[in-house]
Structure formats: structure tokens, C-alpha cells
Design a protein around this ligand. Structure first.
Ligand code: PEP
Length: 246
């Protein structure tokens, strides 16, 4: 099933999140043929869980730590997230990589921990503008995926991947659907090389300045299995339009 996910980033307080859900849920209550995922900040997970627990809309987190518990001040474990009904975690978002210095090695540990805990990770990959201009898009994406999946290639059916070119995130300048399709097809070929047994079981989402106007153009592409939406997902009406746009 296609996956349409919202990444609220560091936006919406718990009470704003409740207001959001009160507006959003009626708009999507008749949607059955696609999975809808909301990834609020950690501080809103509790209130969102209470509202979503008997609903089809899934709850995700934007980050996690890989250790199970202990002296890791400020971090959140996967069992804490699971207890709040979280079934997905975004791992390796470019803001985590480039603002907070997350390495491929750390991302690999987080993915491994997600698989152990039974939470489905959405691994984010994508090139920066200078890499794109140097013709390195495919190489960067391949390296990020190979390093992130190192040692866990057997579990590609339990992971989704979001292709999010860094230059397209929050800029209002999305990739063209045609360019996205090329990278998505490349990612699927690479996944086949890594694990032919699980062909077609890893969804590849597009993210980067998706909005209600362009969403259906991405979703029309053969290898686009869903979307990861940042800015436009903060408006419940706009996000509902994206969810229903194809
Ligand atoms: C994101 O942060 O994952 C994202 C795709 O952001 P935006 O939609 O705002 O470009």
C-alpha cells in the first residue's frame, strides 16, 4: 500500500497537535487504500496516541536512539516509542545528518535497533546541491544506502526509504517527477542487488517541497510508492489534499 507521511519537524505544541488532529481526521476518515502516517515531535506523541489509538492513521517518530536504556541524557529509546503506539521512525533525515552531524554508522545502528524492536524505519537519503551539480547523485544515494543497510540487508522488507534531495527540502524547489523516478528506479535496482528475495517490499517515498499541487505528479510515477511531506503537512487541509491527491 502507498504510504503518505507527514514530518512536522520541530513544530506544533501538544495542544496545537490536538487541534490539528481534530481538523485532519474527519478529512481523511474515508481513505482506505493508502497508509497515512503522522510524525509529530516527541512532545506530542502522547496526546496523538490517545487520539489515534482506535484510528487507521499511524503514528511515527522523527528520530530515536539505538541503545535500549541508560545514561543517555536527552535521548529517546525505541521501547519508549513503541509504548506510545509508534510504528514508524524516520532515520537519517538530512536535518539530522547535516545539522546534528549524524554519521552513516550511527544511522546504521539506529536502523538495526528499529528492526530489533519491530518498529519500521524510514531511511532518508539524498544528495546535496553541490553533489548533484558534480553529477554525484546516484553515487551519494548508493553509498548512503549501502552504509545504512550494512549487515541488515536481510531485512529490506522491513524498511522503507525516502529519497529526499537536500536542495529540495523546504525550498519550494522540488525535484521534477521525472528526476525522482530515475533515482527511485536506481534505488530499487540497488535494493535488488542487496537482497533479491525481497524485491518490491521496500517502499521508496519521495520528499522535498511536496504540496497539494504537485503531489499527484510524483505519485503518478511508477517507482514512487509514497511521499514524505514536511512544510505542507503542517496545514491539515493541505496535507489531507495531498493524501487524497491521486
Ligand atoms: C522533509 O523534511 O522531510 C521534507 C520533505 O520537507 P519539505 O516537504 O518541507 O520540503
Amino acid at each position: 500500500m502507498k504510504l503518505i507521511s507527514a514530518n512536522w519537524k520541530m513544530n506544533l505544541t501538544p495542544s496545537q497537535s490536538v487541534q490539528y488532529l481534530q481538523k485532519f481526521l474527519p478529512l481523511v476518515e474515508d481513505v482506505r487504500d493508502r497508509e497515512i502516517l503522522l510524525c509529530p515531535p516527541f512532545t506530542s506523541l502522547c496526546v496523538a496516541y490517545e487520539i489515534l489509538k482506535d484510528k487507521e492513521v499511524k503514528l511515527g517518530a522523527q528520530n530515536c536512539y539505538y541503545e535500549k536504556k541508560g545514561a543517555f541524557t536527552g535521548e529517546i529509546s525505541l521501547s519508549m516509542l513503541k509504548d506510545l503506539g509508534v510504528s514508524y521512525v524516520i532515520v537519517g533525515h538530512s536535518e539530522r545528518r547535516w545539522i546534528f552531524g549524524e554519521s552513516d554508522e550511527l544511522i546504521n545502528k539506529k536502523l538495526t535497533a528499529c528492526l530489533e524492536e519491530g518498529i519500521r524505519p524510514i531511511l532518508c537519503v539524498g544528495e546535496r546541491i553541490e553533489e548533484r551539480e558534480a553529477g554525484l547523485t546516484f553515487k551519494v544515494v548508493e553509498t548512503q544506502i549501502r552504509l545504512a543497510l550494512s549487515g541488515i540487508e536481510a531485512f529490506t522488507d522491513s524498511i522503507d526509504i525516502a529519497y529526499e534531495p537536500v536542495w529540495a527540502i523546504g525550498t519550494g524547489n522540488p525535484a521534477t517527477p521525472e528526476d525522482a523516478q530515475l533515482v527511485h528506479a536506481f534505488i530499487k535496482d540497488l535494493l535488488y542487488i542487496l537482497n533479491p528475495k525481497h524485491e518490491g517490499r521496500t517502499r521508496v517515498l519521495y520528499g522535498g517541497s511536496v504540496n497539494p499541487q504537485n503531489a499527484s505528479h510524483f505519485m503518478a510515477k511508477r517507482d514512487v510508492d509514497g511521499l514524505l511531506v514536511g512544510g505542507a503537512s503542517l496545514d491539515p487541509e493541505a496535507f489531507a489534499k495531498i493524501v487524497k491527491s491521486f
